[in-house]
Design a binder for this molecule. Structure first.
Ligand SMILES: Cc1cc2nc3c(=O)[nH]c(=O)nc-3n(C[C@H](O)[C@H](O)[C@H](O)COP(=O)(O)OP(=O)(O)OC[C@H]3O[C@@H](n4cnc5c(N)ncnc54)[C@H](O)[C@@H]3O)c2cc1C
Length: 648
């Protein structure tokens, strides 16, 4: 249930921090040091947490399911207060005539130190604020299951992501428009919603970013406010020398190819900008027509049939826990699912909307037979290449030695006083975007076999290399923690393998089964092999080559990977593929006959007042990072609904 007072949160968070530090306090001298670190960290936590607010209790918005059928009524109920959900809640409630209820399964993200601090997100991975999900065993990737974290808090994944603000190529959105047959999704029309959320202030240090290309009045602060590691700076220079042009701004009409440090969702005080922090500001939270219930998991949507036989969503059922009371709230006009790529299709299936046969298998009464719910699950697969660096690693953020603890104390002090330093590093601080048919990187004499072109247009990339000043096992545990490490994450942006999401059971508290079908197509393996070749070339180009220890031979390191044949690299891809956290497209916006779940206005086919709005509606995965397109999609739906429902 919701915590009753902010002080409770402060104590819990501070204790969490101290527990982390305590792990390393095994010797007396470390204890002295760590007390200092503990005090600094506690102060930091307090500073970030004081804004925590009392959360709305479930009783305030619903009546118990068995009490009666006279439950509280809203115009719009939003199920999921994540990246898209917070945008919808804030924008729709701008019109005082629209009564909005936002139901979120988790608590507040801004109240969490690990979320607000750009480098801290992986510390949340296996706790209560993140869905600790795993894929099914991957048949084409050595039978492995993959860790798939998803944010369970206001802001959703925008509260735990790597804060990289690159939104996808213009042709990706033109492709969306062509799939759904509606030009309002074309980049030239859709970009107004990107500009609407952006808040970029020109910076003389980055003259290449043209103010006309970036929005300046929106709620989402973007900029180069993150800390940039020395090794990633060298990566940018080496990639340029290896043949990838420098790009002053990844998000322009000219396309998204090139290399640079990344624009981030980090503000000038060095804090993460999530959609909770950007949109659910105190003035928004004070609106009498907006109610937000946290720790409120929607267990199903409620439907009624009208006299003319039309099925309408009339409300939702929700609860704090499996064994806690269930509540209901009534939606007079619209129900919007914004649970993300995993939980929006999950909510649809639990509510009886999906493939009839699959629902019947689990004993769920079929409300509407919609075969494509959960199909077309797609993700960006990646392979992490690991190197020993001479310095510059952020390994010490997970301290393992006295030296690390010293560095940590310095970093905490730097962050506290100036909002910068390694704690303000978003971890993925630089990136290169290019194509597998680039003639400079892949000359025909060395790469004679052409690959299938899976791009959305001639200027969009299909490979991204993300540079990180740390190499980690399972996304969080540093490899060789006593060494400085550096990693390049080679990600395939336009995979042709797709998979499915299905129910494991009719129990809303059991997560569905997710099969992204990694490396099902040979194309995906071959394209990743090319990406790895390019990354290895960059690793051997100055000045990055001089920053990496080419003589390091540990089995966990990839300094000798360039000696392998393509067939050996293909084996390595299947053995090492993992997620870069971008699952999408499980409730696709596409024509019904082509596997669609929602139409161009994000209405679920067959149920006109039930909509889905999050990355699950992406017709195809963008060739970049999904948050920007997700926020813009929510901005667009808000405009559509305010025109339809509002008075103002
Ligand atoms: C570790 C990580 C790093 C990433 N890095 C980047 C990056 O650098 N840049 C980028 O652009 N993208 C990044 N992404 C991807 C991006 O953050 C997501 O694609 C995007 O935020 C998803 O937004 P969404 O609205 O679809 O879902 P989410 O933001 O996941 O929101 C779904 C919300 O619904 C809630 N919910 C779920 N089920 C229910 C229910 N039954 N009832 C009530 N509430 C429910 C959840 O708790 C959550 O708050 C990253 C993701 C992760 C996990």
């Amino acid at each position: 249930m919701s915590s009753a007072y902010p002080g409770h949160n402060i104590v819990v968070r501070a204790l969490g921090l101290l527990t982390v530090l305590k792990t390393f306090a095994q010797h007396r001298e470390r204890r002295v040091l760590l007390s200092a670190a503990g005090v600094a960290a506690l102060t930091l936590a307090l500073r970030h947490i004081l804004s925590a607010r009392v959360e709305t209790g479930l009783d305030a918005v619903g009546r118990k399911v068995h009490a009666d059928y006279d439950f509280d009524e809203f115009d719009v109920i939003i199920c999921g207060g994540g990246t898209a959900g917070c945008v919808l809640a804030a924008r729709l409630s701008e019109d005082p005539s629209i009564r909005v209820l936002l139901l979120e399964a988790g608590g507040s993200g801004t109240a969490l130190f690990e979320s607000r601090t750009p480098s801290g997100f992986s510390m949340l991975y296996h706790g209560p604020h993140v869905y600790d999900l795993r894929t099914t065993a991957q048949n084409h990737a050595n039978g492995q299951t993959e860790f798939w974290p998803r944010g369970k808090m206001l802001g959703g994944c925008s509260s735990i992501n790597a804060q990289m603000a690159q939104y996808g190529a213009p042709s990706d959105f033109d492709e969306w428009a062509s799939i759904i047959g509606d030009d309002s999704w074309k980049y030239d029309n859709f970009k107004q919603y990107i500009r609407k959320f952006e808040n970029y202030k020109p910076n003389p240090r980055y003259p290449g970013v043209k103010s006309g290309d970036r929005g300046s009045d929106g709620p989402v602060r973007i900029g180069y406010n993150n800390f940039m590691s020395v090794t990633s700076e060298k990566f940018v220079q080496a990639a340029t020398r290896a043949g990838i042009p420098f790009s002053p701004d990844f998000n322009t009409e000219a396309g998204t190819k090139g290399v640079n440090r990344v624009l981030t969702y980090v503000d000038e005080k060095g804090r993460r900008v999530s959609t909770e922090s950007a949109y659910l500001t105190p003035d928004v939270l004070a609106r009498p027509n907006l109610k937000i219930a946290t720790h409120a998991q929607v267990t199903r949507v409620l439907f009624e049939k009208s006299a003319d036989g039309e099925t309408r969503a009339v409300g939702v059922e929700f609860s704090a826990a499996e064994d806690a009371p269930r509540y209901r709230a009534r939606a007079k006009k619209e129900v919007i699912l914004a649970g993300g790529a995993i939980h929006s299709p999950h909510m649809l299936l639990l509510s009886g909307v999906g493939p009839a046969e699959h629902l019947e298998e689990h004993g769920i009464p079929v409300v509407h037979d919609l075969p494509s719910v959960g199909s077309h699950l797609i993700d960006h697969p990646q392979v992490e290449l690991r190197f020993k660096a001479f310095n510059g690693s952020t390994n010490f953020l997970k301290p393992r030695s006295l030296t690390h603890a010293f560095k940590m104390v310095t970093a905490v002090a730097q962050y506290l006083t100036a909002g910068t330093g390694p704690l303000a590093c978003n971890i993925g601080d630089a990136a290169a975007f290019f194509r597998t048919d680039d003639p400079i990187l892949f000359p025909a004499d060395a790469f004679p076999a052409p690959l299938e072109d899976s791009n959305s247009g001639p200027d969009s990339p299909d490979i991204e290399i993300v540079a990180t000043p740390i190499a980690a096992v399972n996304h969080e545990t540093p490899i060789l923690p006593h060494l400085n490490t550096f990693a390049m994450h080679v990600a395939l942006l336009r995979p042709t393998s797709t998979g499915t999401l299905k129910l494991k059971s009719a129990n809303p508290w059991e997560h569905p089964s997710m099969d992204p079908n990694y490396c099902h197509t040979q194309h995906d393996v071959d394209a990743l092999v090319r990406g790895i070749r390019a990354a290895l070339k960059i690793s051997q180009t100055a000045p990055l080559a001089d920053a990496l220890d080419a003589a390091a031979t540990h089995a966990e390191l990839d300094h000798a990977l360039h000696l392998k044949s393509d067939a050996e690299l293909a084996d390595a891809v299947r053995a090492r593929v993992q997620t870069i956290y971008h699952p999408a497209s499980t409730c696709r916006m596409a024509p019904l006959a082509q596997g669609g779940v929602v139409d161009a206005q994000l209405r679920v086919y067959g149920i006109p007042n039930l909509r889905v709005c999050d990355v699950s509606v992406f017709p195809e995965l963008v060739s970049g990072h999904p948050t920007g397109a997700c926020i813009a999609t929510a901005e667009k739906l808000s405009d559509i609904l305010k025109t339809k429902l509002g008075r103002a």
